[in-house]
Design a protein around this ligand. Structure first.
Ligand SMILES: Cc1ncc(COP(=O)(O)O)c(C=O)c1O
Length: 384
């Protein structure tokens, strides 16, 4: 059983972290109604949500705004646009709000792909934009990541002839790996200005390495660059649906014609406005994610599992690393990822779906310390 394998000290530190944060009251959902999961016993580590929830200021802002529900949100959307422009040091006309960053991806596919304009993406990556491009009859060209899980931008560049859109997810989902910003900026200088480049920075706030930087400052000099951001991850607002992009005004014009009016609702807007004014909550969320992730990694190290170094709030564990041909594991063969996903689910732990490009890897969201304890216990039992 994993309980015997896990070091007591690590787990008491893991549990201590949770208790300290709950006692500080900084993470409202950590010690109150954790309504995120329809089942109170299910440990959901499948969607890269932020288990600590929104900033207390965002919750307050929503409670204080019920009386605004009868009005269309135009003025508040303008306020948020201004706020995001200030936050990112760009003019307000370079900001487009979306119903989650998912809407930004959809608008990008609608505006810049089609049957004569293909899309080039990494493999594996977050596939939503490719799905939307497919609906627009665009060819989807998938380029495998490098052996160290960066986007292979040289090969992606070579595939851009006739491409309407290139999608770079940084950090990448599902690998939680980064593509160094020097490589992304060099790619931008080489790609045709008629090909749009969509850089998805959904997990931006979790990154701590200096090799990564946001490419938002490059929008000024690259009319073909769109940078997507979300309030679903570090800001803990996945259920509210708010995202945005930074890009030049002409692109916004082309994207907006595909968007419904007022696609971001008033509750999401007031919560987002309060969230951007609470940078301490962002820093604390990043710190806690890093600390819990570090302890999970150290337990996986002691169990002998390899994983891709994670720069986000989820990680990929290689199930074959313990059971591969050169190991002394007692299994006849590596258990398949779908079978492990199903076995974990039976024990009340939901993890990410299988990714065919990386068939031996399991994607697991970094939850709270107690959720990760449940995961490690269940993982030990099903892999045992
Ligand atoms: C890389 C990436 N981009 C975009 C999204 C969509 O996020 P949302 O629509 O909630 O902003 C997700 C969701 O998991 C994601 O992983």
């Amino acid at each position: 059983m994993i309980d015997q394998t896990l070091s007591r000290r690590s787990f008491s530190r893991l549990m201590g972290l949770s208790a300290a944060y709950a006692a500080s009251g900084s993470f409202p959902l950590a010690n109150s109604t954790r309504a995120a999961s329809p089942s109170s016993t299910l440990v959901r580590l499948s969607s890269n949500e932020n288990p600590y929830g929104p900033s207390p200021a965002a919750l307050r802002a929503m409670r204080d705004s019920f009386h605004l529900a009868w009005r269309y949100p135009d003025e508040y959307a303008d306020l948020l646009t201004e706020e995001l422009a200030t936050l990112n040091s760009v003019p307000a006309e370079q900001i487009l709000l979306g119903d989650g960053s998912g809407e930004i991806l959809k608008l990008s596919a609608a505006a810049f792909t089609g049957n004569d304009k293909k899309i080039v993406i990494g493999n594996p990556t977050f596939e939503a934009v490719a799905r939307h491009a497919g609906v627009a009859n665009a060819e989807v060209v998938k380029i495998d990541l490098t052996s160290d899980y960066r986007h292979d931008l040289n090969r992606m560049l070579a595939a851009t002839n006739g491409a309407g859109l290139v999608y770079i997810c940084n950090p990448n989902n599902p690998t939680a790996s980064i593509t160094p910003s020097t490589e992304v900026s060099s790619f931008l200088t080489k790609v045709s200005p008629t090909t749009m480049v969509l850089v998805d920075e959904a997990y931006h706030h979790y990154v701590e390495t200096k090799e990564y930087e946001s490419v938002i400052p490059l929008v000024k000099n690259h009319p073909n660059l769109i940078v997507a951001r979300t309030f679903s991850k570090i800001y803990g607002m996945a259920g509210l649906r708010c995202g945005y992009c930074v890009t030049q005004p002409n692109n916004i014009k082309l994207m907006k014609v595909h968007q419904i009016f007022d696609s971001v609702n008033i509750m999401a807007i007031v919560a987002a406005l309060a969230s951007v004014k609470d940078p301490a909550h962002v820093a604390q969320g990043r710190k806690l994610n890093t600390e819990v992730k570090r302890l999970v990694c150290s337990e996986l190290d002691s169990l002998g599992y390899r994983y891709i170094p994670s720069h986000a709030n989820f990680m990929m564990i290689d199930l074959s690393s313990k059971c591969g041909p050169s190991s002394n594991c007692s299994h006849a063969a590596t258990p398949t990822v779908p079978s492990i996903i199903a076995a974990l689910s039976k024990r009340g732990v939901e993890v990410g779906r299988p990714f065919p490009a990386l068939p031996s890897f399991l994607r697991v969201t970094i939850g709270t310390s107690s959720e990760m304890k449940s995961f490690l216990n269940a993982f030990g039992a099903v892999m045992g």
